[in-house]
Ligand binder design. Structure first.
Ligand code: FAD
Length: 388
């Protein structure tokens, strides 16, 4: 899809305006197909693709070059300036299990946006939930979601579906910085039949598909917040080394927003924020534009390293997995941990064995006893793992 620049609109007659309208509608139609969003998102998408293009002179005449439209996102921002937030949410104890399965919280989904590209290995959605600030949480916590409908349990009885946990992907102030929303980053769980290699919709994941397919305004039944493993340290100068695979990036989005994009009087982050992100390919990157903007705005405080397993090679010529990327910087990471850094891991369970094996090998090469080293980090609350 292409869009034309604003100069074209100003300098041409009604005929040119028609060209714009047609071109824009092509863009919108493709947005509808590829992003599978509800109507209100489509409206937001419609507002956004304004005018990209460049006016140049060829043989003295002013001509307009269309440029490829970038994917316009409501979930990802390149404005990483510090925002004012309502600091009442800084007060009090950490909220924990405010809402339970028996007495859950009902909220409404505001928007669902696919944030992976067409060549990603699976679809991931950014979901904004309107909470009116009534289910407060701290960064690093998760919400429970009870999908609608029932199932037949092992005793043949019809019962409601069980709760699924999702890491909260916004800071306590939400994507609007007013405390009235919270965001989730959800990967659509599909079932691929190992014999036919085809998707079997009868066996698709219940809650993730409910969330990724939800139209704006859909009611969502929530529990929590829960979890205290991935909390930020009180020491605002402690380096944060965050290692994520796939949707494991969600809690770290809540961290980087608090650290860099909010003006919180009692949390002025001064340390290093280092994100290692593992996904299959470039289309599977999540929130990349926001991360690039942070890397640009905070070159000495924000570091970003990708492990793209299907696009990059590790030092031995094999696929670049997350542990290979972390290993490239292992000397620096061990030094940072020696000096009080906190290391966080979040994502699929399968990421940990490779990481542990690598760290054990590096520890050995440094003459350290791996078990004692990790135990020391755990004891000093520098080691945080939440995998699922
Ligand atoms: P389910 O319906 O529970 O199904 C699970 C899997 O089984 C699916 O892959 C499904 O395709 C398959 N399946 C279904 N029926 C069959 C069958 N008959 N035979 C074989 N296979 C079958 N997920 C995220 O996306 N983002 C997060 O931020 C996130 N955070 C989490 C945080 C924590 C602390 C934990 C514990 C989990 C987190 N998860 C997260 C995972 C999430 O809780 C769910 O497990 C996930 O979304 C799948 O739930 P579902 O209801 O879609 O799938």
């Amino acid at each position: 899809p292409i869009v034309f620049g604003p100069d074209l609109i100003r300098s041409r007659t009604g005929r040119a305006a028609l060209v714009i309208a047609r071109t824009t509608s092509t863009f919108l139609c493709s947005s509808l197909v590829t992003h599978r969003t509800g109507p209100s998102i489509t409206m937001q998408t419609m507002r956004a693709p304004v005018a990209q293009g460049a006016a140049t002179r060829v043989a003295g005449r002013r001509v307009f070059r269309p440029v490829a439209a970038t994917k316009v996102s409501t979930a990802v921002t390149t404005d990483v300036s510090k925002r004012t937030v309502p600091t009442a949410l800084e007060e009090g104890e950490m909220p924990l299990n405010t809402y339970s399965n028996k007495a859950p919280f009902k909220a409404k989904i505001r928007s669902v946006e696919t944030i992976t590209g067409p060549k990603a290995t699976g679809e991931t959605c950014h979901i904004i939930v309107e909470t009116a600030g009534k289910i407060p949480f701290w960064e690093g916590q998760s919400y429970g979601v009870i999908p609608p409908g029932t199932k037949i349990n092992s005793k043949g009885k019809e019962v409601p579906h069980g709760t699924r946990l999702y890491s909260i992907a916004s800071s306590r102030y939400g994507d609007d910085f007013d405390g009235n929303t919270a965001s989730l980053c959800v990967r659509r769980a599909v079932y691929v039949d190992p014999e036919t290699g085809k998707e079997d919709p009868a066996k698709k994941g219940i809650c993730s598909n409910f969330l990724c397919d939800a139209a704006p305004g859909t009611e969502i039944t929530m529990t929590g917040p829960t979890g205290k493993v991935l909390l930020l340290p009180a020491d605002v100068n402690a380096p944060l080394i965050c290692v994520a695979t796939g949707t494991g990036i969600a809690p770290f989005r809540s961290f980087w927003r608090r650290c860099f994009m909010e003006n919180v009087p009692n949390y002025k982050f001064t340390g290093l924020f280092w994100l290692f992100m593992g996904v299959a390919n470039s289309d599977a990157k999540l929130y990349d534009e926001e991360l690039q903007a942070l890397a640009k705005a905070y070159p000495s405080q924000f570091r970003l390293d990708y492990a793209l397993s299907r696009e990059q090679k590790n030092r031995k010529g094999g696929k670049m997995y997350i542990q290979d990327k972390v290993e490239e910087y292992s000397d620096e990471i061990f030094d940072l941990l020696d000096n009080g850094a906190h290391m966080y891991f979040c994502g699929l369970k399968g990421m940990m064995p490779g990481i542990q094996e690598m760290l054990e090998r590096v520890a050995k090469s440094k003459g350290l006893n791996y078990e004692e080293w990790v135990e020391g980090l755990k004891h000093r609350n520098q080691w945080h793992v939440e995998v699922y």
